[in-house]
Design a protein around this ligand. Sequence first.
Ligand SMILES: Cc1cc2nc3c(=O)[nH]c(=O)nc-3n(C[C@H](O)[C@H](O)[C@H](O)COP(=O)(O)OP(=O)(O)OC[C@H]3O[C@@H](n4cnc5c(N)ncnc54)[C@H](O)[C@@H]3O)c2cc1C
Length: 462
Amino acid sequence: MSTTERPRILVVGGGYVGLYAARRILKKMRYGEATVTVVDPRSYMTYQPFLPEAAAGNISPRHVVVPLRRVLPKAEVLTGRVTTIDQDRKVATISPLVGEAYELPFDYLVVALGAVSRTFPIPGLAEQGIGMKGIEEAIGLRNHVLEQLDKADSTTDEDIRRKALTFVFVGGGFAGAETIGEVEDMARDAAKYYKNVSREDMRFILVDAADKILPEVGPKLGKYGKEHLEGRGVEVYLSTSMDSCVDGHVVLKNGLEVDSNTIVWTAGVKPNPVLSRYGLPLGPRGHVDCAPTLQVQGTDYIWAAGDNAQVPDLAARKAGNENAWCPPNAQHALRQARVLGDNVLSGMRGFPQKGYAHANKGAVAGLGLHKGVAMIVMGKMKIKLKGRLAWYMHRGYHGLAMPTWNRKIRVFADWTLGMFLKREVVSLGAIETPREEFYEAAKPAPVASAPKEKTEQKAKAS
Ligand SMILES: Cc1cc2nc3c(=O)[nH]c(=O)nc-3n(C[C@H](O)[C@H](O)[C@H](O)COP(=O)(O)OP(=O)(O)OC[C@H]3O[C@@H](n4cnc5c(N)ncnc54)[C@H](O)[C@@H]3O)c2cc1C
């Protein structure tokens, strides 16, 4: 029996999976067949593969996000968090942006909460680190890095300069390698405009606990990526980790100690911890346990996909890797979302479910302007590309994968402008405290208190 007037399909999370699944359902749904409700604390979906380019200023931050209400006009979009799920009553608790939490009934549920940064209890990390999961962090990192150049340029104190010009990145996967590649490129470019800062004054450090970087593109290209970054002056320390970074004093396990104002943490992700409050079956690492149909194990009205789900990788299993699970990446998230959307409609209409199978198509990574690596899988063949050609592949692939024509055009326009105009190198760090200057101007002038002695004399005289 339906718990709402029309059956409600509740999509929890409006990221990659949430947006694409909701679009698919709305596209294939008959008029009035169901209400599609999407809940997300942000009013936009973030195209995460472009965060490093947004941090480098190659793409305007606004063009990296997709407004949910515009792209899903036929859906009910709620800005808030789903904090708990009551499966017996088929009710979700929503904690909205403002105001009291409330309950929302549903008939079908899509769990697409994605992942959060995976951290460890490293002293100083919570206070000093910055992640790279959202557009806010990318903008913050860009402003922060440029501000460090401003700081270094404005002082002759060697300790302050050294700390400002040392940049530490922990984690050398997609997110870390691409971010250090882009940010180093931007900082080097920006240094041209500073009289007292040169590229040689800056120190870029990449740390990873594994013995390679960019595992997504395979060992050969990962090695190339490492050598390429080293060729640009980046210090890459592998098989080591960060022990502490209290007050910006970074201590690595290999004995290296440096002072740095910038510690970027990109050492992997873990499924959203809120899942533990949904009462769903979870795998050993906290992912929602899914069947190949993307249905949550033991249910026929809940589906999950993307970074928060463990989905058997049928293609890899068929090729002999018996225990393979789909890796957490956009390639799977996008394709799973489509199958998931179809399966939700099939479930609602009483039709059979389809299994999800997708063979890896490869990976592309940008390491700064005109630099990149790409591995394209064609059947049994793996084509490995590096340098400018790989970078074009990276841009071409992601430019076209960006949701909506509106955003695709804006991204390509940003890149085209970047070819003719110089890169923007201004730091807008003050954006974080926009009312500060106005407050100073508008606050009431302090009442000048008369010195105590004089007041007492006056009182006596009168
Ligand atoms: C810097 C970076 C670079 C990357 N580069 C690549 C790449 O080059 N290629 C590639 O294939 N993959 C890449 N990825 C990975 C890819 O972006 C992810 O795999 C993909 O975004 C996963 O989609 P998702 O829908 O599972 O999660 P997300 O897209 O993260 O969406 C999760 C959504 O859930 C919302 N949410 C969180 N908590 C709640 C709550 N309580 N209630 C409601 N909503 C909630 C979030 O706000 C978010 O909108 C990259 C990731 C990063 C961070």
